[in-house]
Design a protein around this ligand. Sequence first.
Ligand code: 6GU
Length: 257
Amino acid sequence: MHFDILTLFPGMFAGPLSESIIQRAQATGLVSIALHNIRDHAADKHHVTDDYPYGGGGGMVMKPGPLFAAVEAILGPEPRASGVPIILLTPQGRQFAQGVAQDLADRERILLICGRYEGVDERVREYLATDELSIGDYVLSGGELAAMVVVDAVTRLLPGALGDPTGALDDSHATGLLEYPHYTRPPEFRGWRVPEVLLSGNHGEIARWRRQEALRRTLARRPDLLARASLTAKDREFLRSLGYREQDKDMEMPARE
Ligand code: 6GU
């Protein structure tokens, strides 16, 4: 998997990309990441990348020229024809979620454009980007942190990225549910005991307990997820025993387009 990241602040990426899973994925050749400074593609001698908004008002807007030039330098003169997703990170994008990460994990190359300033010239969205993503309903100073989130979430899904090959299977959100609680040694810490079933060695019982705790926790914290999770008849029976009523549609979050 190859990531191209276009940014005005390549230095922001040094820490997150040089540690832990992403560092190892690069070292083993599973992932490669190229940082491209948008300023290098500005045509004028001062390498200007932003300008005042037409129509007035505060803030600066990222100019289209340097962004088009950068993407064309990387993907060729018809970037959209390359088939590589050209993703603009912006709070106006569709919501990044585990399903989006899974779709992206199947691509061999992804290009990420980090928006900055108060905005990006609309022609970038309309004629250059093929997709726009947001990582949540809050405002960041730029798309850089969001790009790192996307790189991390996608990389850990690639076969071989995690030490344990089953590592990502039970993750919160991978199953459509929040994950069950985890414990490690000691069996008693400050008087608080690990649930006995986990010490029992009975793998069937442990699996059942974990599933039920995942359901219990999801109902308590994120009932909106239950409407979309794939649930067995046993799951539904357990949820009903906790007071969940499937027709409780008011628990659902509004669907996104
Ligand atoms: Cl992708 N960019 C910015 N600037 N703010 C955000 C975001 C992206 N996602 C959530 N907030």
